[in-house]
Design a protein around this ligand. Sequence first.
Ligand code: GLN
Length: 199
Amino acid sequence: MTAPTIGVLALQGDFEAHAAVLRRLGADPREVRTPTDLDGLDGLVIPGGESTTITLGIEREGLAEPLRALASAGTPVLGTCAGLIVLDRDHLGVLDVTTRRNAFGRQLASFEADLAIDALGGAPLHAVFIRAPWVEDRGAEVEVLAEVDGHPVAIRQGNVVAVAFHPELAEDDRLHEWLLDRAAARSASTARAEIRRVA
Ligand code: GLN
């Protein structure tokens, strides 16, 4: 089995920390800066950072349409913090949600919390929040995985998981593992389809 190639959008933000986690888990991370960098990816991470800067970069590089196409083709995507904002209705429109930036206010600019996420099983996930957004409004297809103070901070819509915190900063790789499991399942079913086609 070859290592899955996982793109990390590398326009701004903490993409290197995500690449390090992916490498540690045996994947082959690829920094994504232009549309051709998306070719043949098995999965994609949109990291935290500054959503305004990342969005400007997406526009500048002509990445909006290719990113939407990648997500709607079923490629697993993990968005974190600013990545959640970038995926929402007001930005790429991949997720049927609106988000509120810096939602926890000045006093709570940064905090940590242990989140019970049933879908991940096991112990609560330790989550580091840094000027985090929350999900303000969501469509029926959006599943809430975790909340803080009644506000969704981890969601899933089909092949896309997005969280308001920074999983790459905690010593818990379960969200990145979800991405890799999903990427492996997808390439296995593509391979089966290929075998059927050839047979
Ligand atoms: N506050 C940032 C924004 O609105 C997100 C913060 C983060 O990604 N840590 O873009």
